[in-house]
Structures are given as structure tokens and as C-alpha cells.
Design a protein around this ligand. Structure first.
Ligand SMILES: *Cc1c(COP(=O)(O)O)cnc(C)c1O
Length: 370
């Protein structure tokens, strides 16, 4: 699905030197690499504050800890997403309220969210699934109207641009009150271990996030709130400092692979290629097709026989997961999520694909439908 080996080889000299320098420095925790990366990412994203942490799940958890919500407060989340989004909400004794998604963009919309708002709703988590922004302008307007926090799960869309109606362009993850991202190796900006970060333009929230991520202390050994220990280590920061410089070129490589696939599949009636939203760029964390006529699993088996990997993100709606049983009434169902779980398939997409590889994969997909 990804080719991290070839990607590493292309920047091996730079990475090896950064790692070696960090090893020699012995500042493995909170070394200068972390501050350098923080500043570079703030500049890249055009956001006042980046707060690095240990992984994307922690970023979401710390974000929710900082909002000062009460047990039982409701948080609206898409049911078609990675588990982490809802997991941290449950962990903090908040109530995940799962909603359906748009069948074309796979993201939640203001219309869908509005129907789920109750007097207990306190926050919304738009997930920019597969690399394309949810419709943030409408979501922010709705949130303001109902006095709700917006926490963006930007783990799959770092680098994507969202354009407002007045022409202003912002990076995903910098539009809501807090944005969260992951530097898991296979993410669009991946390190070589675990890593994550929170983003915000709010100075007070930034101070709170930083404090919670650091044992609830602002001054060493003086703990104002119950926090956690969540740090991006210096080695990962050193690696990310290099990879961030390549992020736009990585996004462009993913976009051209996606364009290749789109063209190859345009005449296959049984496939729906990924929709592009007019106000967001798509950085293609995943290239995800919908397969009609219940043929998805057969296509996956066919590709597998040819040695082509594919993945189902995600096979089970969150509300059908045992872990979330208690948050949904018996028989609860969301039709689009159900259908997507049956129809989606993600093809290999990464920064190292050449015409030969793309040709082989797309010809194989096409031959299944002949
Ligand atoms: C990867 C991912 C996360 C979690 O990130 P980790 O660094 O693995 O903890 C959260 N949300 C979404 C949508 C993701 O894809």
C-alpha cells in the first residue's frame, strides 16, 4: 500500500545525518529539533501554535481534555472513520454521537451534523477522510450558531488547502478551534516511529494543550491540572524536519497517481472514483473507490491473486463496534456508512509510484470488470 523503503532511499543521506547528529547530541527528549520542527510546521501551516505530542490519538485526547467538557457531554463524530476519533471521547467519559457521511466525499457535512445537535452537544469532530477537507466553512458557521467547539481530525489530510467563499485559503487543521494530526509512518507526513501534533490559533488553548501534554505543569514540579506525558522525541522531530520540506512534492506525487487511476477507471460503470470537492484540494492519503453490485470482495480477492495489495478503510461502522455498544440504541443504523463499509476499497497510493506500477495496478483492476 505504501513504499516507505524507496521514499527513505531518496532522502537517506539527509535523514541519516539528522539521526546521527541527534544521537551524538544526546538530547533525546525536548532537544532543539523539536522546537525547530514546531516552528517549521507553524510556518508551513500558517498557524500560530503547533504543539507536538506522541501520536495522533494523544493529540485528540489532549484536545478534548483542554476543552473543559463535563462527563456525558455529547461530541458529534462521523461513524465512518478510524476508531481513534471516537475512542478518546469515550475514554474521557464524553458521549460520542455517531452520524452518517456524504456518499461522495465520505465526510460529515453541516446538514448532517445539525440534525444530531441536542442541548448536550458540546463539540464536533470533522475528520478530513482520505485527504480531503470536510466543508469547514459551513461547519464553523453551524458551530458558532450553537456555541460548539470544533476539533479537526487532520491525521489524513495534512497539507490540504480549503478555500473559503471570500477566497481565503487555509490549511486543514488550522480552521477549527483545535486541529490534530498524526505522523504515523504511513501518513502523508510520516516519521519513523510514532508522532503527532495539535494546532491552534488560540493562545490560551495553546498554553493549555502544552501544559496538559506535559503532566499538567507550566513550571517544573508545579502541576496545575491532571495531565499526561505525551512528547514528540528529538529523533522523530529531526526526521520530520527533513520530510516536511518534501511534503508538497509528496502531495503532488499522490495527486498525479490519483489522476492516473481516475483516467484508467473512467469508463468502468461499476466503479465510482473519488469525488473532488470544489473548495478543497485532495492530498490522497488514500485512493478509495466504491465498487457497485456487491463485487468489492471479489475484486479484492482478484487483485490479491495478482499480488496487488488493497485495503478496506473501514469494514465496520463505529456504532457496530463492541467497544461503542453502549452509546447506540439496539438496531441503530446509518445507511450511507453501511453502504460504504460494503463498497469501498483503497488501492496502493504513495510517493514512489511510477507509470509501470500504476499501469499494472490499473490494468489489473480494469481486467476484473472485462
Ligand atoms: C491515523 C489516524 C489517527 C491516529 O493517529 P495515531 O498516530 O496512529 O495515534 C486518528 N484519526 C485518523 C482519522 C487517523 O487516520
Amino acid at each position: 500500500m505504501v513504499d516507505l523503503g524507496s521514499q527513505y532511499l531518496r532522502i537517506k543521506d539527509e535523514i541519516d545525518k539528522a539521526v546521527q547528529d541527534t544521537l551524538s547530541s544526546t538530547q533525546y527528549i525536548q532537544g532543539p529539533q523539536v522546537k525547530t520542527f514546531q516552528a517549521a510546521l507553524e510556518t508551513y501551516l500558517g498557524v500560530r501554535h503547533v504543539i507536538p505530542c506522541a501520536n495522533g490519538t494523544d493529540a485528540l485526547q489532549i484536545a478534548f481534555m483542554a476543552l473543559g467538557l463535563q462527563p456525558g457531554d455529547e461530541v458529534i463524530v462521523p461513524s465512518f472513520t478510524y476508531v481513534a476519533t471516537a475512542e478518546v471521547i469515550a475514554l474521557l467519559h464524553l458521549k460520542p454521537v455517531m452520524v452518517d457521511v456524504d456518499p461522495d466525499t465520505f465526510n460529515i457535512t453541516a446538514d448532517i451534523i445539525e440534525k444530531a445537535i441536542t442541548p448536550r452537544t458540546k463539540a464536533i469532530v470533522p475528520v478530513h477522510l482520505y485527504g480531503q477537507s470536510a466543508d469547514m466553512e459551513d461547519i464553523m458557521a453551524l458551530a458558532e450558531q450553537h456555541n460548539l467547539f470544533v476539533v479537526e481530525d487532520n491525521a489524513q489530510a495534512i497539507g490540504a488547502d480549503y478555500t473559503f467563499k471570500n477566497g481565503v485559503v487555509k490549511k486543514t487543521g488550522t480552521i477549527g478551534h483545535i486541529g490534530c494530526t498524526s505522523f504515523f509512518p504511513s501518513k502523508n507526513l510520516g516519521c519513523m516511529g510514532d508522532g503527532g501534533a495539535m494546532m491552534t490559533n488560540d493562545d490560551a488553548l495553546a498554553a493549555k494543550l502544552r501544559m496538559i501534554a506535559n503532566h499538567g505543569q507550566q513550571k517544573k514540579y508545579y502541576h496545575d491540572v491532571t495531565g499526561v506525558n505525551s512528547r514528540l522525541d528529538s529523533l522523530q522531530a529531526a526526521i520530520l524536519n527533513i520530510k516536511l520540506r518534501h511534503l508538497d512534492e509528496y502531495s503532488a506525487a499522490r495527486q498525479s497517481a490519483a489522476a492516473f487511476y481516475d483516467e484508467a477507471f473512467q469508463n468502468i460503470q461499476e466503479l465510482q472514483t473519488p469525488a473532488r470537492q470544489h473548495n478543497s484540494t485532495h492530498v490522497f492519503h488514500q485512493y478509495t473507490l466504491r465498487v457497485k453490485n456487491s463485487r468489492r470482495d471479489d475484486l479484492q480477492a482478484y487483485l490479491s491473486e495478482k499480488g496487488i495489495p488493497s485495503m478496506i478503510y473501514y469494514p465496520v461502522p463505529l456504532y457496530k463496534q463492541k467497544a461503542f455498544e453502549k452509546y447506540v440504541p439496539a438496531g441503530f443504523t446509518l445507511p450511507v456508512t453501511e453502504q460504504l463499509c460494503r463498497e469501498v476499497i483503497s488501492l496502493p497510493i504513495h510517493t514512489e509510484m511510477d507509470g509501470e506500477l500504476l499501469g499494472f495496478i490499473s490494468e489489473s483492476v480494469c481486467s476484473f470488470f472485462e
